[in-house]
Design a protein around this ligand. Structure first.
Ligand code: MRU
Length: 345
């Protein structure tokens, strides 16, 4: 069990501090933390995925606003400067709503506070640390609710990495796996490789095997084959943005897994905190899908895997329609997609 926070604010002195995060681009080769000291460094860390996973980039965004405030101290337009820098950080990745959710929480403090610059920085740090701690608590609740839908001895298929590394700790989809494993150590996981960035192969198998959970790595095209062979009992994945009708954006390839699960009558669950639900959008059609660098597809281990004459397109996410989703596991319980709106009541 990863006991350290994936991303945390480290105070160095009164108005000095860093966002310390596990560099996820290095795993599984190396486990190393990096200190993010400026707004520009934070933009880059989120963009190149040193920190990734919706809840983790939310916390990184909250830290980014602290850095923005520290950088803006003593400037004539203190608050406007912070807002400008926060907008810049928010533009680093468009799909995961947790980023704008956490940045907004921080900016509410900036906009509503009449305190001194020093006090505002202090309040932002306090709030960022509170969000970190709450994230772990929320994931434990998601895990507890979710473990109830895992049958004894089940094999769970998951896609991408919605684990401790994608959050501050414990994980959402992998939080469900972890909580289920505590009750029943015979459960197993099939982890999709998750091309092109291989979060499943690099991060999910790393996390789960370290916890002693029986994990099998498969490539993204293999899921339906194992479903047909009755080797998968339930699918649990995370989400980056959920529309009010339950349509859920998650790592590219999730939609295909959901279609295969429906065909084989296998329950398909999303595990995500309330902060991933975007109540401002009615359906998944409104979700902006991030288009990433073509090189993520064409280059592996610094070597091109195809001719440069080929066309390439690299969307980072897809949207699974609510009709394919059995339930959405949150810190408030499990909701059918059509009942998700109740979480805001
Ligand atoms: O591109 P990534 O690695 O940030 O994508 C991550 C995912 O799609 C996760 O499944 C999602 O953010 C949920 S993380 C708890």
């Amino acid at each position: 069990m990863q006991t350290e926070k994936t991303v945390e604010w480290v105070k160095l002195s009164n108005f000095k501090g860093v966002s310390r995060m596990i560099d996820q681009t290095l795993i599984p080769y190396e486990y190393k933390k990096v200190d993010i000291k400026t707004v520009d460094e934070m933009y880059n860390a989120i963009k190149i995925m040193i920190v990734r996973g919706a809840p983790a980039i939310g916390i990184a965004g909250a830290h980014g606003v602290v850095l923005a405030a520290i950088e803006s101290m003593g400037k004539p337009n203190f608050k406007e400067e912070i807002i400008k820098k926060a907008d810049y950080i928010n533009s680093s990745r468009p799909t995961a709503v947790n980023l704008s959710w956490a940045i907004k929480k921080q900016l509410d403090i900036v906009k509503n506070s009449q305190e001194s610059e020093e006090k505002i920085v202090e309040l932002l740090i306090e709030n960022a640390i509170k969000l970190e701690d709450e994230d772990i608590e929320i994931n434990k609740k998601i895990g507890e609710y979710g473990s109830a839908i895992i049958p004894k001895g089940a094999t769970i298929l998951t896609h991408c990495n919605a684990g401790a590394l994608a959050t501050v700790g414990h994980g959402t989809a992998l939080g469900v796996v972890r909580s289920a494993f505590e009750k029943d150590p015979t459960i197993k996981v099939f982890a999709d490789e998750t091309r092109p960035r291989q979060q499943g192969a690099r991060l999910t198998t790393y996390e789960l095997t370290r916890d002693g959970i029986n994990t099998t790595l498969i490539t993204d095209g293999m899921g339906a084959y194992f479903m047909k062979k009755n080797m998968i009992d339930v699918v649990v994945v995370g989400a980056d943005r959920i529309a009010l009708n339950g349509d859920s954006a998650n790592k590219i390839g999730t939609y295909m897994v959901a279609i295969a699960a429906k065909y084989h009558n296998i329950p398909f669950y999303i595990a995500a905190p309330k902060s991933t639900i975007d109540a401002s959008i009615k359906t998944g059609d409104e979700i902006v899908i991030e288009l990433r660098d073509k090189k993520e597809v064409t280059v592996i281990n610094d070597k091109p895997i195809c001719t440069d004459k080929v066309n390439v397109i690299n969307p980072g996410f897809d949207v699974t329609p609510a009709s394919l989703i059995t339930g959405i596991i949150t810190e408030y319980g499990i909701f059918k997609p059509e009942e998700l709106y109740k979480i805001f009541e």
